[in-house]
Design a protein around this ligand. Structure first.
Ligand SMILES: [Mg+2]
Length: 229
């Protein structure tokens, strides 16, 4: 059984900056400042990592309860941002077809491995017409601030919810940043890159991707790279 876990932002969907606007509003609401948010890179980082680093950059001590408060407000503001008139969430070309193709196979399960907190992931995916529950296993920023801890979370959830041990390259991580490519190194996961975010194919390959694609449109090629022994 292969467990194919997708990153969200830059990989499956793009929420047109709604996440960044919601984080900014939550930081200002709870801390009175969004810190050095202008120019701060969100991609590849988990939500608690983003909040912790921006708060630290603003000179605010980042204890866990404070980060939790900011993230709770973030989810509220994210819902508002996604519901604004004119908001568009883009689903990248080929995503729906790839998910359907993977789901049609008996030797695969489709999951999520994302820095989003679970409630944020649910809202973002719903804004694109994708149901979080469609993903049978999830590892989220609400599980750990460290992305490198998330592959083991995905393995544990697969054991608990699917009753399968997903070892080594049977865990496949699909993402758009070098951090996605490296986070599964400790558990021997396979990484597949997609250059729909800010990083190119060469950068993703350089970070250790088994294969990398400009986008996910060539379903057969992505399936081949994902499922090949
Ligand atoms: Mg991403």
């Amino acid at each position: 059984m292969k467990l194919v876990c997708f990153d969200v932002d830059g990989t499956l969907i793009w929420t047109s900056g709604a996440g960044r606007r919601a984080i900014r509003r939550a930081l200002v609401d709870v801390l009175g400042t969004a810190g050095p948010i202008d120019g701060f890179r969100f991609d590849g980082r988990t939500d608690p990592e983003i909040v912790g680093q921006l708060a630290a950059g603003a000179g605010v001590a980042t204890e866990a309860p404070l980060v939790e408060r900011v993230l709770a407000r973030y989810v509220e503001f994210l819902g508002e941002e996604l519901a604004k008139p004119g908001h568009v969430t883009l689903v990248y070309a080929g995503v729906r077809e790839l998910l359907s193709a993977l789901e049609a196979r008996s030797d695969c399960a489709v999951g999520l491995l994302t820095g989003n907190v679970v409630d944020g992931a649910r809202l973002k995916l719903a804004s694109a017409g994708l149901d979080l529950e469609r993903f049978r296993v999830g590892a989220f920023g609400s599980d750990s601030a460290e992305r490198s801890a998330l592959p083991a979370v995905a393995q544990r959830r697969a054991r608990e919810t699917l009753g399968v041990e997903v070892m080594g390259e049977d865990l496949v991580i699909v993402g758009d940043t070098p951090t996605d490519m490296t986070c599964g190194g400790d558990v021997g996961a396979r990484a597949i890159g997609v250059a729909t975010g800010a990083f190119g194919v060469a950068e993703l390959l350089g970070a250790g991707a088994r294969a990398a694609f400009a986008d996910l449109c060539d379903t057969a090629a992505v399936l081949d790279a994902t499922l090949a022994p």
